[in-house]
Design a protein around this ligand. Structure first.
Ligand code: ADP
Ligand code: MG
Length: 372
């Protein structure tokens, strides 16, 4: 519309009622590619009317009136053509439209300088149309290719994940079934029975966690958006992980700032930090310290999780968040950090990692605070 107006405004007036301009370019492009031909034609008629209701206006209204019907009919057919054909059609339509204009001009008032007029009507708009339609086709082809690539990558990831998941879930389930069989023994002492039940619960929970991670990955967009009290949640997570930490003789120290709120899915926030702190615990086979700190600024909150574990090399840090990247052999899934990254991304946060082999690792999560 803007293009059209500028073509008409900056047009070259040979005589009172004849305007030479490049209006055919926006008309053809808008009509064929965007399906707004009738609207643009109407605009031309109205805009031309501003110059006066004369002979030129009548011819103009006749031409663009019929064109608007033509564009309306042709646009759906145009869109199903292959890109090359679309470009040719665009240029041909431009030439055709200008030939009709020339015929009208010849009837109304033959131009003194034919070569100039023909050049202005035929060559320049065709060149312009060719260039614009090429640009449109180029951009749309690129966009389409990118979408297809993303889709095939996603499919591949899901396939791989399916295989990994069935493996990850089968292990704990097999173990649980084994202990259920032991439980069927009538002569089992109550203490043993309790121990087995504890193991079964643990195995089932680990299977549940794998499914949870998988679901989070396949649906990274946040389901719910609610206020999350960061400190309260972190304290709860620490409480949940205390027994696991004790088993590894790891001590968790929380040093939390004044309460602050972020926006997101509370359950996923939980899952995210459980995954991170679990990794920290697992990185300390001989015990150590985990420090959890929060600090707020005007706009965001920084959650720091620091451990005195085995640390990572630069290459390992770089690969964090890659699906199935794990250094824990059959004990690891390599899904934990991937889920962490997708949750933080969905919350529009950032993750910074510094790590040194033998010294430990520091994770920094910067999340935007919820606006009041
Ligand atoms: P998993 O824990 O199943 O191996 P994750 O995605 O949770 O998978 O972690 C991927 C890998 O990142 C781990 O195998 C480990 O090598 C490394 N890693 C993650 N966190 C830490 C940490 N705090 N200290 C050392 N290495 C870590
Ligand atoms: Mg992990």
């Amino acid at each position: 519309m803007f293009l059209l107006a500028s073509c008409l405004l900056f047009s070259y007036h040979k005589e009172n009622y004849i305007c030479l301009d490049l209006r055919s370019i926006p008309i053809v492009i808008g009509g064929l590619y965007f399906g707004i031909g009738p609207f643009l034609c109407l605009a031309v008629i109205v805009l031309r009317g501003i110059y006066g209701l004369d002979m030129g206006f009548l011819l103009n209204a006749l031409l663009y009136g019929s064109l608007s019907i033509l564009f309306w009919k042709v646009h759906p057919l145009f869109y199903i053509q292959p890109p090359k054909k679309r470009m040719i059609i665009t240029i041909m339509a431009g030439i055709l439209l200008n030939i009709v204009t020339i015929i009208f001009v010849e009837i109304a008032s033959p131009p003194d300088n034919r070569i100039d007029a023909y050049f202005a009507y035929l060559v320049i708009p065709s060149l312009g149309l060719g260039m614009i339609s090429y640009a449109i086709e180029f951009v749309s082809k690129n966009t389409q290719m990118r979408l297809e690539l993303v889709k095939s990558e996603k499919l591949h990831a899901v396939e791989q994940m399916g295989a990994a998941i069935s493996h990850e879930i089968r292990n704990p389930l097999t173990a649980a079934i084994g202990f259920v069989q032991l439980l069927q023994e009538q002569s089992l002492a109550p203490a043993k029975r309790n121990e087995y039940l504890g193991i079964i619960k643990g195995e089932l929970e680990s299977a549940e966690r794998v499914i949870q991670d998988y679901l989070t990955f396949s649906k990274p967009a946040l389901d719910k958006r609610e206020s999350i009290d960061v400190n309260r949640e972190l304290q709860q997570i620490v409480k949940i992980l205390k027994p696991t930490a004790n088993k590894h003789s790891a001590k968790i120290v929380a040093n939390l700032a004044v309460s602050a709120y972020v926006y997101g899915d509370r359950q996923r926030f939980h899952q995210c930090f459980i995954n991170v702190i679990k990794n920290s615990i697992e990185s300390m086979p001989h015990g150590g310290f985990i420090l959890i700190e929060t600090k707020t600024s005007h706009t965001d909150i920084t959650i720091t999780i620091k451990d005195t574990g085995v640390g990572m090399t630069e290459e390992q840090v770089e690969r964090l968040g890659e699906p199935y990247y794990s250094t824990k052999g059959s004990k690891g899934t390599g899904l934990g950090m991937m889920v962490v990254y997708s949750i933080i991304r969905a919350m529009e946060g950032k993750i910074y990692v510094t790590s040194e082999v033998g010294t430990g690792t520091i994770f920094r999560f910067v999340l935007p605070l919820k606006h009041k």
